[in-house]
Write a protein that binds this ligand. Structure first.
Ligand code: GLN
Length: 284
């Protein structure tokens, strides 16, 4: 006998919890299967309409079970649904690009606070922009900005282009290595979430097996890439310009050390779980 919608949602939840995942993820996956939002699942009429538009319940079931199996193999939920929520944005993501993390939302907040205090246009460069979550948040939340998103990975640029074209076409994409990007250019703000995880760190399976290593690992102590990003920020920023750079919880002191010569007002900020997560400074 064919399972009802409620029964297979319950089955999905059971499969996920048995494998150690949150049962709520079953709702995200089923909503995605039906082309609905998660909240829509609680509206029987909307569900009914979606099911009859698809017509064949077994197609829904098969797609849903396949997604559940992939999630149980630790594919990130956001790769399966194709979307990550970041601040007020829906960012398109998939294999090849880092899923934007909530801790970076706070970095954006601190950059916006600096930007608010400036009159007139503000030039912002996002180094290693990935999906574009940070760059697009700034561009949409602070309309007085001109934002350039620098990214070297062709796979990440595929997603970056999609997000820029869906969300804000004014963001300029520059395909370049950070070290050589924008020679001769000066800007007011640099934001960066560089790969900073120490090479030897054991990451959760979802991250280690599916997200791009190039966006995660920053050398033996994780500081090699952040140092390169800081030297580019030093080159790009006007005197009085603002830098916000995300880092590993163990790198607060090291980043301060790296910034001391060229920056004043160096502040270490904590993430939502009170771990040192990003540092801001003003270019001397
Ligand atoms: N914080 C990320 C993680 O959870 C790492 C992001 C990065 O290296 N920029 O793995």
């Amino acid at each position: 006998m064919e399972l009802t919608f409620k029964e297979f949602l319950r089955g999905g939840k059971e499969q996920l919890t048995a494998a150690g995942f949150a049962e709520l993820e079953a709702e995200h996956l089923l909503a995605h299967t039906l082309g609905l939002s998660r909240m829509d699942l609680h509206n029987p009429l909307t569900v009914e309409n979606a099911l009859s538009a698809i017509g064949d319940m077994s197609v829904v079931e098969e797609t849903f079970w396949k997604l559940l199996d992939r999630r149980c193999a630790h594919e990130p939920l956001q790769y399966l649904t194709g979307v990550a929520y970041f601040r007020h944005l829906e960012i398109k993501v998939g294999p090849g690009v880092l899923v934007p993390r909530p801790e970076s939302e706070l970095l954006v907040e601190s950059a916006l606070t600096y930007i608010e205090r400036i009159d007139g246009p503000v030039s912002v460069v996002d180094l290693g922009a990935g999906s574009g979550a940070l760059a697009l948040s700034i561009a949409t939340e602070a309309p007085n900005t001109h934002v350039i998103a620098v990214e070297k990975s062709a796979e990440a640029i595929y997603w970056l282009k999609k997000n820029v074209s869906f969300i804000d076409e004014k963001v300029r994409i520059l395909e370049s290595d950070v070290s050589t990007a924008l020679e001769g250019v000066k800007c007011d703000v640099v934001i960066a979430n560089p790969p900073y995880v120490p090479d030897s760190e054991e990451l959760p399976r979802d991250v280690k097996e599916h997200e791009p290593a190039v966006a995660l690992f920053g050398g033996s102590d994780g500081m090699k890439t952040p140092r390169l990003f800081v030297s580019t920020a030093v080159r790009l920023l006007k005197p009085g310009g603002f830098l916000a750079i995300e880092h590993h919880e163990s790198q607060g002191e090291k980043i301060t050390e790296v910034l001391t010569e060229d920056f004043t007002d160096i502040i270490l900020h904590k993430d939502l779980s009170s771990r040192p997560r990003f540092t801001t400074g003003i270019r001397r």
